[in-house]
Design a protein around this ligand. Structure first.
Ligand code: FPP
Length: 231
């Protein structure tokens, strides 16, 4: 296989359907989904991916039933405890995207600690998008730019895509994978996906593992990326 994409991002869809098809509560699908997170992270690290961004909880997911939100938060907390050694031993740097101030303290505490403890690791960046929305991210950047204009630090005529890029400060994504057969971006990495390759897997997220990741990477390598230029 050629060199892997630098930045892969995944919309982990289909946990609920996986559970419902088995007559199980939705949270069982999320629990199995957390297992896929472990496997895919390990595989991405072994393959040499630079950054893996996972859409773990969207800003809009706060609107789900309270019991499901609470169960997802508990899963996250368990994940941060259980995966601590794996993340540290494999030289992975944990980061986040999104409005993490909204997370309950029992998630935010261990999250902040693991981010700090892993901040010097340089093997792979694992970024969890939590309470994240692409439009919200762009809106916050526009607000910061407006403040710079209002304070006289920036002239409106100097605003260009590089200014937005520097303000958002998240690198472009090379490959976006979405599971469960749905073909949409759902407010994920809207700015960073301008030239991303999109890959849709029919399987549900709890069924996605190393083999499925390798299949996505091999499809990516067959794509000709032109970035608006000619071949
Ligand atoms: C989408 O499936 C999935 C989510 C909203 C949550 C993703 C969470 C995990 C994979 C587990 C916890 C994460 C970590 C990092 C440990 P869905 O519920 O929308 O499925 P459906 O469309 O079939 O209902």
């Amino acid at each position: 296989m050629g060199s892997p994409p630098r930045h892969i991002a995944i919309i982990m869809d289909g946990n609920g359907r996986w559970a419902e098809r088995r007559g199980l509560p939705r949270i069982e699908g999320h629990r199995q989904g957390a297992e896929s997170v472990r496997q895919v992270t390990r595989a991405a690290r072994a393959i040499g991916v630079g950054r893996l961004t996972l859409y773990a909880f969207s800003e809009q997911n706060w609107g789900r039933p309270l019991a499901e939100v609470a169960a997802l938060m508990q899963l996250l907390r368990d994940y941060l405890t259980d995966e601590r050694a794996e993340i540290m031993d494999n030289n992975i740097r944990l980061t986040t995207l999104g409005n993490t101030e909204r997370l309950p303290e029992y998630v935010k505490g261990p999250l902040d600690k693991l981010m700090t403890d892993s901040s010097e690791n340089d093997g792979m960046e694992l970024c969890l998008a939590l309470s994240y929305g692409g439009r919200e991210e762009i809106t916050a950047a526009v607000q910061r730019i407006a403040e710079r204009v209002a304070s006289g630090d920036l002239d409106p005529s100097a605003i260009n895509p590089s200014v937005l890029q520097d303000t958002i400060a998240v690198e472009d994504v090379d490959l976006i994978i979405r599971t469960s057969g749905e073909q949409r971006l759902s407010n994920f990495l809207l700015w960073q996906s301008a030239y991303a390759e999109l890959y849709f897997a029919d399987c549900l997220w709890p069924e996605f593992g190393k083999a499925e990741l390798l299949e996505a990477l091999s499809a990516f390598q067959r794509r000709a990326r032109r970035f608006g230029l000619v071949a």
